[in-house]
Design a protein around this ligand. Sequence first.
Ligand code: SAH
Ligand code: SF4
Ligand code: F3S
Length: 482
Amino acid sequence: MKEAIYSTPSLKEARKRSKNKVETINAELIIPDRLSLFANGKKYFIRTYGCQANVVDSENIAGILEKIGFIKCDDPFTSDIVILNTCAVRENAEEKVFGEIGSLKRLKSLNENAIIALCGCMIQEPHIVEKIREKYHQTDLLFGTHNINRLPLLLDEVIFAHHRVIEVLSKEGEIIENLPVVRESNFKAFVNIMYGCDKFCTYCIVPYTRGKQRSRKIEDILKEVKELKEKNYQEVTLLGQNVNAYGKDLNDNLTFAVLLEEVAKLNIPRIRFTTSHPWDFQDEMFRVISQYKNIMPYIHLPLQSGSNAILKKMGRRYTKESYMDLVTRLKKIIPNVSLSTDIIVGFPNETEEDFLDTLEVAKFCEYDSAFTFIYSPRVGTPAALMQDDVTRSEKNKRFNRLVETLEISISKKAKEYVGKTVDVLVDGFSKKGKDMLSGYTEGNKLVNFQGNASLIGKIIPVKIIDSHTYSLIGEVSDEYKY
Ligand code: SAH
Ligand code: SF4
Ligand code: F3S
């Protein structure tokens, strides 16, 4: 098949970290006239896999496509351009994407001019790009996480030169400001405060797919949040792979606590942030979180493992004891704090004792929610080269034991809500049925309740009348008139 390969990813390049200053560049999109004429009302569909970093990238991609002249569509099979924004964090995430690429063959039979584009973290992996080139001929464009701003020119070439185009850069990356954006919600927004990651946890592919840790300038972040406030956004989530390290690469004494306080002063009703790496958690954060009512008392604090030996092999740089101490202090200083976590079971050579340590920490912390994963080897990471004597069936058993343990505290925490009236930001109609709405409490617990569409996008008091493990049932408080 005819293709133009401008660059393909390299893990060796992706691993490099220099002391070079990160550049902030202004996205100046070049949109060829013939591309706009071509797009004129044609439809696009984007499917987003993975984390919120990808959600924001997809919002920028949507912004670019709409600027060119494409219109959003909810059905891939009636779209003229389909983009899959992929995630590489675990094998099952990648399998889902390959399944979807397969099913998109049908799109080509319905409309031979339809364009299938792939981007995101998987495309930053050399072996994945090779596999797609060899086996998935229905794909027309592959680009990566560093060159979203190049989309108009790449698309132009696919459309007018009629061949496949591949451009994936493996580099530390810069900060690109002012990309157009079409957000998924008009009352909840994600705001990147930093890109990339320098932690290189030994199991994790993210530092390779996203580049070096680079903090956005505080003035650019505050400007974006101010604009959201002016548009009446109710909630902003500050995003980074490790928000507690914000500013470390800027050399001007800026810390995440300083940024968070400045954002809180802008008076957006709800501020969240994710992810907090336990290693960088600063004491000043306790004061800022407890002082501002609009900073939600909810912290996502990935544990990954409760065993010191495994934490060391993972390169996490904290211990079971220091993690438990941090949780104790968090609960003491922010009494209504909700905690969630990520835990990996079955890291190479995890012993029963290691696993029991994880169960012990899980019980101790009494999480409000948790994301649990079975370790998945990622090509190019140090852990993927480690010998592993733990069988798949043992990993599955541990996974189930962990979920059982976590659910005890998750259910208990959910029950504590019953009888209380809590503020809920209403997201939209619930999957539970007609006239049912859903939204999240300040502590990020899902609530389903009866109500009408006029409540969507508002923060309202809801009385909790019952609880399940992963959600609450409520009714709009009598005090609230609508
Ligand atoms: N920056 C965040 C996490 C990003 S990835 C942090 O440091 O916490 C989200 C979660 O995926 C991780 O917290 C981890 O629990 C899980 N994860 C990452 N790599 C994985 C792998 N190779 N196998 C299984 N789970 C993994
Ligand atoms: Fe991955 Fe670790 Fe970075 Fe999180 S901190 S993205 S787990 S390398
Ligand atoms: Fe996945 Fe990339 Fe996020 S690997 S979890 S989409 S940073």
